[in-house]
Each structure stands twice: as C-alpha cells, then as structure tokens.
Design a protein around this ligand. Structure first.
Ligand code: ZN
Length: 317
C-alpha cells in the first residue's frame, strides 16, 4: 500500500497529453497476474488508509511473496528497482520499495510496487507484452504485509481510474475485498503504442517549440539528452533546467546556443547536481526556457510550467 517517491520526469504542460496520432483507441489494462490465477484486493480505489490523493486509483492485491507479477498492458520498461531487501510498517522503509514502471504511451505508466529482491526478469528499455512476467511480488518498502501495489499514473504521477478487461466488476474495477481472477490477454492488447514523449508544444509558453522527441519519463544520471527546437522572438541561448519536485530551487542547468534562424540543437549528459541528490529515484521536473545576455535566469523570466497537482506529493503512501 505504500510506495516511495517515483522516478519520473515531470514534463509540464498546460495542455492535455498529446495523443498518438496512429491510435485513438482507449488504453486497456488487464489484471497484473497470470491468466488463471486469482487474488483479492486488500485496498482498492479511494480507500483507507493510503489510496487517496495521487494514489486514489491504486490497488493492493493480496499476493503472497514470490507470486508472479505480469504486465497489465503492452509497454516499454522505464524503471526497474529490485535491489532492496527490507520492508515493514515504518516510514524509514519508504525508499526501500522495489518497483517496476512501464510506459504504455499517451502518458500512461503502470507501477508495480513492493517486489521481491532481484526478481525482475525485465530491464529498462525492454518492450513487454500484456501478460508477460515482470518480477515476483514481495514485501519491500513500507508495507504491513506482502502484497502487490498497482496503479496507472499520468506523467504528473496522478493515478488514473482504469478498468481491467478481465474483470467484470464494473467501470472502476474491483473494490476492497473483491476477488479477481485474471483472464486471457485479448489479441488487441498486444501492440506497443509507442513511448510517451512530451508534446512538442509543452514549453510553448516559454516561447519554445520542440522539434525532437523528449521522453516524458525517467531520465537518469549519465543519460545523454538531445534537445532540438525553435525559439520565438529573440534569444541568445536556451536553458534546460531541472527542479526538485514540487518546485523550489533549480538543481541543474544545461545551455544550448540559438542560431540566427531561431533553431537550437544541443546535447548534454545529465550529472548529479549535488552529491546527495539523485535523479533516480527522486521525482523531478524540468523545463526549457529562453535566455538572453544580461537577463538573469529567475522565476520572473523563466516561467516554470509545472504545477504539481498535490502538496503531499512527496508524502508516503
Ligand atoms: Zn497500495
């Protein structure tokens, strides 16, 4: 029922997430365990003590340790943490959750929490199909008992109400104490819909249009980031800047020159901004802004678009 912070880059937009042009069908999910197995729900949507706020649409499945956890939809693996060996009902275990996160495209991510140590059978970058085994369930992190915490979130970490295609219990899926038996994977769920890149106009309010794909999720220390875009108006440089969630002092800044035609194209390698702060597993936010000589980068000149939806974003859950 309790997960730590999630490793998510917050691509912040005033707009709703861009749809994949090739696919207008709604994303479907299946129960996250193998066909023919069944578990009941310990804690469902909108239920105490922790499935509120960001986690209002989370599920805790009553899975004994070492039960097989499967992908709820076809997607790309963007996060695997399975080194933790500890868990218990104490805030000190919040950061000790083993988890896997899948990107299903259209800014939809599924999260599988409290997994067994060293049980992941997938790695970041892998594309998995719905129903494919991911790892074994466990009791790592802040938990009262072994279970699988499952939720689907958007890129702002807000959980999303979903239906399970293999559960007949209604629009919002099972509630607490309901019993769920996983069915077969429908053939239509097997196609990968593509990664959740940021909408190209995500920084439009900053006078910047992206011309290349930027992932909406999970940059890591050491990752190379390539940013191509076009500025409106006059700017000497652009700045890619990173903030802690939910805002606050800028942690890192990377600059690129703007050409005469307003284009910019630069590459940088993400490094730890401080010795104690890590991109992963901390969630963070970033934006790209225009910079002119002599104009200091301050909140007044660098509009920070990300408004984190909940003040309790970093609270335990
Ligand atoms: Zn939970």
């Amino acid at each position: 029922m309790l997960l730590g912070l999630l490793a998510i880059v917050l691509g912040c937009s005033p707009n709703s997430p861009q749809k994949t042009a090739a696919d207008d069908t709604p994303l479907e999910f299946k129960l996250p365990f193998p066909t023919g197995t069944n578990y009941s729900v310990l804690q469902g949507n909108q239920s105490p003590p922790t499935h509120f706020g960001l986690h209002v649409y989370a599920y805790d499945f009553d899975m004994p340790e070492r039960s097989v956890v499967t992908a709820a939809a076809t997607g790309r693996v963007v996060e695997v943490t399975d080194q933790s060996t500890v868990g218990g009902y104490d805030p000190k275990f919040v950061w000790a959750t083993n988890m896997i996160v899948l990107d299903h495209g259209d800014a939809r991510f599924s999260i599988y929490g409290h997994l067994q140590q060293l049980s992941a059978t997938v790695k970041p970058g892998d594309v998995v199909v719905a129903g494919q085994a991911l790892a074994l369930s466990g009791r790592t992190g802040m938990v009262t008992q072994p279970h699988l915490h499952f939720e689907v979130v958007d890129r702002l970490l807000q959980s999303i109400g979903i239906c399970f295609v293999d559960f007949g219990g209604g629009l919002r899926g099972p509630r607490a104490a309901e019993f769920c038996e996983s069915g077969p994977v429908p053939a239509r769920m097997k196609r990968f819909r593509g990664d959740s890149n940021l909408p190209r106009d995500v920084f439009a309010r900053n006078g910047i249009r992206l011309l290349s794909d930027l992932p909406g999720y999970s940059f890591r220390d050491g990752d190379e980031v390539h940013v191509v875009g076009q500025v409106e108006g006059v700017a000497a440089r652009v700045c890619f800047q990173i903030f802690p969630r939910p805002g606050g002092e800028r942690l890192a800044a990377y600059y690129g020159d703007v050409r005469k035609d307003g284009r910019f194209d630069f590459t940088f390698t993400l490094a730890k901004p401080t010795a104690t702060w890590e991109l992963n597993p901390s969630a963070y936010a970033f934006n790209v802004v225009r910079v002119n000589e002599g104009v200091p980068l301050s909140p007044a000149t660098s509009t920070f678009l990300c408004i984190y939806p909940r003040a309790d974003a970093s609270a335990t859950h």
